[in-house]
Each structure stands twice: as C-alpha cells, then as structure tokens.
Design a protein around this ligand. Structure first.
Ligand code: PMT
Length: 412
C-alpha cells in the first residue's frame, strides 16, 4: 500500500541503497521523500537486499524497486534511471559503493545510474570508523566531492555491534533536509564543491561558578543556516557550535564548544585547511576573572562583591590577521542595536576581515528567530543589502559573495 501524494511533475528522486545494516533507516528516508510528494525509484544493490527486501522498497515507494541491469532491457534501465533523475541520493553509501563511484566502475544498476546521472548526487555514508578513516576511503570521498557530489559527514555514535565512533548514517530526517535543500537549488552549480568552510554558531558561555554563566541570546539558527546551505552547495563544512540546541545539519562535522577560549582553540584548529571561516557565533567579549569552584552563596545582610571581568581574545581579529593559508577568506558578523551601518563599517576596518555581515539585534530582531535582515559589507567597499527573509536566504547571499571572491582569487 502506498499513501504517497505523489505529484505528476514532482522531482524524480533515485534512492540508491547499498549493503549496510543502516539500509533499514533508508525506509524512513523513503517514507519522508514519498510523503512530501517526490517520485522515488529505489535502486538497491544485491547486498542491500540482504538487509531489506524488494517488497518493502516497492510498498513504500509505490513502484517496483529497480534491482537488475538485465531486467526490461528494452527500456534501457541502466541509462534511463540516471538520465531522468532530478536527484540521486545513496543512503547508506558503503565504502565499497563510494570506491566504485569514485573510480567510475559500473557493474550493477546503481553504479550504472551514478555514471549516467547528470543531476546532483548526495552520498550518505555509513560504515565502521576504521573504514571511514582509511586513506583509501578518504581519497575516494575527496574525489567525489571534487567532482561536485555531496558527501555528507557520517554521524558519531553507536555502530553495528558494541562499538561507537564516527560512521553512523546521519538521521533520515537530516538526510531528507539535505536532499530538500539540494533540490531547492535545482540545477544551480555546487559552487562550493571542493572547498572546506568553517562556521561558528551559537553563543559562548563564560562560567562564574558551577551553576551560573555570562551568556547571550544567540540560538545558533543563523550559523546553522550558513552551515546547511554551504553543505547543499557542495562544501565540506565544520560547524563550531557554541551551546546551540539544534539538530546537527546532515553532512556537517559538528564540533561542540562552550566558552570563548574553547571556541578560539577549535577555530584556530579547524581554520588550518579552511578556504573560508565565518564567525557567526556571538562571542563574549569578557569572562569572569575568577571561577568559583563551589556555588557562590548569598549571605544575609552582606552586599555581593562585584564580578571582576577580563577580556576574551578577539578570535575574528586573530583569524583575520594570521590567515592559516594564503587566500583564505574570513567573514565576520556584527550584532548592532543602533547606528548599525556606521558601527558595522568601523568594525569591518577594526577586525580586518574580508566581509562583515551587519545585522540589527534587539527586541524581536535576529536572535532566536527564523528570519533576519542584514547588509553585507566588504573590505573592497561593496555593500549588499539583504532584505528581511529566512536565515537561509541571508546565508546564501553570504556564500554568493564568498564564491565571487574565491573565484576572483583563483583567476589571478
Ligand atoms: O544565533 P541566532 O539566534 O540565529 O542569532 C544570530 C546572531 C544575531 C547571533 C548573528 O547573526 C550575529 O550577529 N552573530 C555575531 C554576534 C556578535 O558577537 O557580534 P559582535 O558585533 O559582538 O562581534 C563581531 C564579530 O566578532 C563576530 O563575528 C564575532 O563572532 C566576533 N568576535 C567577537 C568577540 C570576540 N571576543 N571574538 C570574536 O571573534
């Protein structure tokens, strides 16, 4: 039975499934794709069928699973399925499947489909940590990314058996979201393919004692939107997440930090091989000079001592002054409450970054919302206003500006 509200002109999605235990999770992805109206053809490999049978794929997709290169040969399935697709997503993508794809092998229907597809291709890997980390797999992943495929970063957690580590299939909801974003970009180029971008998001917390901290109102939504849109444009993304309570965007390497000092350490480390660093996190300028190891107690009749503060390092200024590699682009954000543009221009000069995204914050503005408005100021004098709209739209404008400058630098 198929409850799909499939539309006749809905995007055609090929769901490739290779042989890993996480194949069962692809059923949930398939359900999400069909329930949102996509026309899905499932192409499981022979190994995948050991884990989930043909009947399940057929019932959930509402059409026969395409398993055989030699079935219905008059319809040339090994060419047609790939040619007609608007998106191919392979979930789970095993080390073996990605090795074949990277080397152009085509010994079954799925690998044939990958060779004939001219649409965006998303791989959602799942394997043991050792297999993921093996130089052969890493080189194959790099090859696929360089060619414009989107290879999501595997999630970290429990693997088959008792071991845990990096290699879990990202959550089906996150893979679905990544597919939705890629389809929304349509045939637009994966213009960040082959680039590594680092994005910070959320707000740092500076502890006073084990129960209290100095913090701010950042939810992380703007930074997460930057990370997710960069992934949809083909980038390898490292997201430095400061206290954000948001689901990990699929395909993004998430590094959790809490304080400004931890964020600095993580940012300097991730920036080493980054093409772009975007500091969207709200970083505390000051931290308590002392940390009380026990809860600070109130004493009746005694005025509390003032909290002494010390300055935190300015991470954005440091990244801008000491570029980890030639041509690296550094982007900052400025949260301002008044005289927004004047403060933004002064901040751009002071911090020394290439782009500064100035957004007004305050009651009912920017913090915690799904929408934002800003002006993107560039060190070369350009100013691009971005009207009020989804945080993803602002993120895409930032990436447009970044891509223009990366290409200009490549052309030199
Ligand atoms: O997270 P949301 O709820 O979606 O809200 C988004 C946002 C409003 C937090 C975001 O759009 C934003 O403006 N982020 C930057 C907030 C900020 O810290 O602005 P600032 O003007 O104080 O700092 C300027 C820049 O310097 C920022 O890039 C900041 O990351 C960086 N900085 C600041 C202080 C410091 N010690 N080190 C830094 O690197």
């Amino acid at each position: 039975m198929n409850a799909s509200p499939e539309q006749p002109h809905a995007p055609r999605v090929v769901l490739g499934v290779s042989g890993g235990i996480a194949a069962y999770k692809a059923c949930e992805l398939l359900r999400r794709l069909t329930e949102s109206g996509h026309r899905v053809t499932v192409v499981p490999t022979a190994a995948a069928l050991h884990f989930v049978g043909e009947a399940t794929w057929a019932a959930l997709s509402g059409r026969p699973a395409a398993t055989e290169t030699w079935a219905s040969v008059h319809e040339v399935p090994h060419v047609r399925i790939g040619q007609q697709a608007d998106l191919v997503v392979v979930a789970p993508a095993t080390a073996d499947l990605m090795a074949k794809a990277a080397h152009g092998l085509a010994d079954d229907l799925l690998t044939n489909t990958l060779l004939t597809a001219r649409c965006p291709v998303v791989f959602a890997p799942a394997m043991h940590t050792e297999m993921w980390e093996h130089p052969a797999t890493q080189e194959n992943v790099a090859t696929l990314r360089r060619r414009g495929a989107i290879v999501l970063e595997p999630a970290v957690g429990r693997l088959t058996g008792v071991d845990t580590g990096k290699g879990r299939l990202p959550e089906p909801s996150a893979i679905f979201e990544a597919c939705r974003r890629v389809l929304a970009r349509g045939t637009q180029e994966r213009d960040l393919a082959g680039r590594h971008v680092v994005v910070s998001a959320g707000g740092t917390r500076e502890p006073l004692d084990p129960v209290r901290f100095l913090g701010n109102r950042s939810s992380g939504k703007q930074g997460y939107a930057l990370a997710a849109t960069a992934a949809a444009r083909g980038a390898r993304v490292t997201l430095l997440s400061a206290n954000a309570e948001l689901p990990d965007p699929a395909g993004v390497d998430v590094v959790r930090v809490s304080t400004a000092l931890q964020l600095r350490e993580a940012a300097l480390k991730a920036a080493v091989d980054a093409d772009v660093v975007v500091m969207a996190a709200a970083v505390a300028d000051f931290r308590p000079a002392e940390y009380a190891t026990g809860k600070i107690k109130k004493v009746d009749g005694v005025e509390p001592a003032p909290v002494a503060l010390v300055r935190n390092p300015d991470i954005l200024a440091e990244l801008s002054a000491h570029r980890a590699r030639p041509g690296q682009l550094v982007v900052g954000f400025a949260a301002e409450t008044d005289d927004v543009l004047a403060h933004g221009r002064a901040k751009l000069a002071r911090k020394g970054c290439d782009l500064l995204v100035v957004n007004e914050v305050g009651d009912g503005l920017a913090f915690g919302l799904d929408t934002n408005a800003a002006v993107v100021l560039a060190a070369d004098g350009a100013e691009v206003p971005v009207p009020h709209g989804p945080k993803e739209a602002l993120a895409d404008t930032v990436w447009d500006q970044v891509v223009t400058r990366l290409r200009a630098a490549d052309a030199l």
